[in-house]
Design a protein around this ligand. Sequence first.
Ligand SMILES: *Cc1c(COP(=O)(O)O)cnc(C)c1O
Length: 407
Amino acid sequence: MGVTSTLHPAAERLPERAAVVDLEAIRHNVRLLRTVAAPSRVMAVVKADAYGHGAVPVARAALEAGASWLGVAHIGEALALRAAGIEAPTLAWLHTAESNFSAAVGAGVDLGCSGWELGQIVQAAREQERPARVHLKIDTGLGRNGVTPDRWESVLDEATDYQDQGLLRVVGVFSHLAVADEPDRPETDVQLDVFRDAVALAEDAGCDLEVRHIANSPAIFSRPDSHFDLVRAGISVYGLSPFPEQSARDLGLRPAMTLRTLVSQCKRVPAGQGVSYGLTYRTPGESALGLIPLGYADGVPRTSDGGPVRIADRTYRVVGRVAMDQMVVDLGPEADLEAVAGSEAVLFGTGEDGGPTADDWARAAGTINYEIVTRISPRVPRIHVDSAEHRASAPADAAATTAGGAA
Ligand SMILES: *Cc1c(COP(=O)(O)O)cnc(C)c1O
């Protein structure tokens, strides 16, 4: 059956199940973030495979749009960017005693440091015969990694000692905010005060800082006084809102990922038809069911209740349990099965034309939009399209690239 997608000309050749990522949406979001953060610069946070969007193509698009830095959690994630030929300044901030600091220093990856890593970082610098570039992290209140304020001066002593020996350079001081998505809470003010003090102490101790950074996506929009030299933007790069009460559209962001498949089967059923494991749903009357071939192995939360699926310009609700590979929508008694069978089924996307969004799925699953996009599993191929090339009438053939495992 001929399926025409509303997504993109290249969509005619999409795999039957795909997370389609529009790189022009990524660029649009980065340009917007640069405007909001100016004169501060923007770090695009591409950890966790760019929140499920594909780290390498997203990093390239973000840099094209003027991001100055890339940020990741793990050194391995930074090394994967380097292996793809991406040389932009890159920071990795979450380590263990077994992290490969030597490879990071060798690849010119900046290291976030909470104090305990200093010995291993200078050991790596000796091995690589090159000074490590370090961003010292102060725990201003989040209680995760970072140096607690009472130990800050002793860590500064140790770090500047190594700096004097030429083994490292403290090029940054940073921290992370706990409640910036709730702008009315007072703790952000406390965190910013602690941060300013920590920066001043570092400068007094002889650190020649290139960047001071604490703002995440919510703080970029709600706390201009948190921008300092650099802001670290994650969820907003992907076009999703960091606030429960404000939509992407309210902020001018464009959701980059569309999760879509095709309706696998449609059939009429009698009243009382049970649906999926546990038979937790029964049709209230004669109806029709549509089978959607995405399930929790693809990253759709099993705990979600009534998630939306857009088929042929109508939004239906998932009924019964989400299974490993599939789930079911109740199409209702009036459904035009001819129109629905084999049609494209969109779980979430740009939200244009009233279509469902990652926020809708977050509500259905009792989680946040961050988790919805990030947990889409490798079984779903990521397809990168570029609506800018499309508009410029470049051949669509060149636009679709597959990253991540094809199923
Ligand atoms: C993930 C992360 C970010 C990005 O946060 P968003 O809310 O997605 O913008 C910034 N900084 C650190 C340290 C992070 O771990």
